[in-house]
Design a protein around this ligand. Structure first.
Ligand code: HEC
Ligand code: HEC
Length: 153
């Protein structure tokens, strides 16, 4: 047991130091008790051009403004364009078949309640800069890399 305590303590100290750095980068140089002026709200991208998904299961980002579209117990304005029957008029993509599935994989006649609140998963694209840098690469790039390194062998 004693042998474990030192490594655990080290990991905890390292994690705390890491977390502190992360917080500091998001807050800029502001002290913990200071309030920075809020940054400007990023502009919505309203191009109507559907964006590439970063991976097949990504909920696509919304390429249009959604200001004022009501989603509550009685009304879901997204469905006035995205429901199965609305798309002929709206030319919007229909909510995908997964949105009709309940958690047991059964297909329902209407959208599943767990997919009702669209903005739980879909957000409008904005011009915001990423808060922290990331090194994400698309899976196609990974496949290219693998193919190239196999070719080199
Ligand atoms: C007036 C009709 C209309 C309404 C209302 C509407 N949309 Fe759309 N939506 C579209 C159309 C048309 C497109 C296709 C791209 C474009 O023209 O903007 C689209 C595209 C999308 C896409 C991108 C799909 C893809 O495959 O990339 C998502 C996600 C989306 N809408 C979600 C929503 C959500 C969530 C709401 C409600 C908050 C909503 N939409 C309300 C018409 C609508
Ligand atoms: C629990 C998360 C979740 C909710 C809630 C949700 N979606 Fe999605 N949506 C996804 C995911 C994940 C995908 C991509 C994979 C798929 O099709 O299931 C997607 C795909 C889509 C697409 C693209 C369909 C296609 O075939 O290209 C549209 C349009 C869309 N959703 C609209 C909506 C609308 C409108 C609502 C609200 C009625 C909604 N979604 C609610 C997660 C969600």
């Amino acid at each position: 047991m004693k042998k474990l305590i030192l490594p655990i303590a080290l990991v905890m100290v390292a994690t705390a130091a890491f977390a502190e750095n992360q917080v500091a980068t998001l807050r800029g140089n502001a002290g913990l008790a200071d309030n920075q002026p809020a940054p400007a709200i990023a502009k919505t991208v309203n191009t109507d051009i559907r964006q590439v998904r970063n991976y097949p299961e990504q909920p696509p980002v919304i390429p249009h403004k959604i200001d004022g579209y009501q989603i509550d117990l009685n009304v879901n304005q997204c469905m006035t364009c995205h429901s199965r029957t609305a798309v002929e008029v709206s030319q919007a993509p229909m909510i995908s078949i997964t949105h009709f599935m309940n958690r047991d994989g059964q297909f329902l006649a209407t959208a599943s309640p767990r997919r009702y609140f669209c903005t739980q998963c879909h957000v409008p694209a904005t011009q915001a800069r990423p808060l922290v840098e990331n090194t994400f690469v698309d899976v196609d790039e990974v496949l290219d890399y693998l193919q190239r390194s196999e070719g080199n062998q």
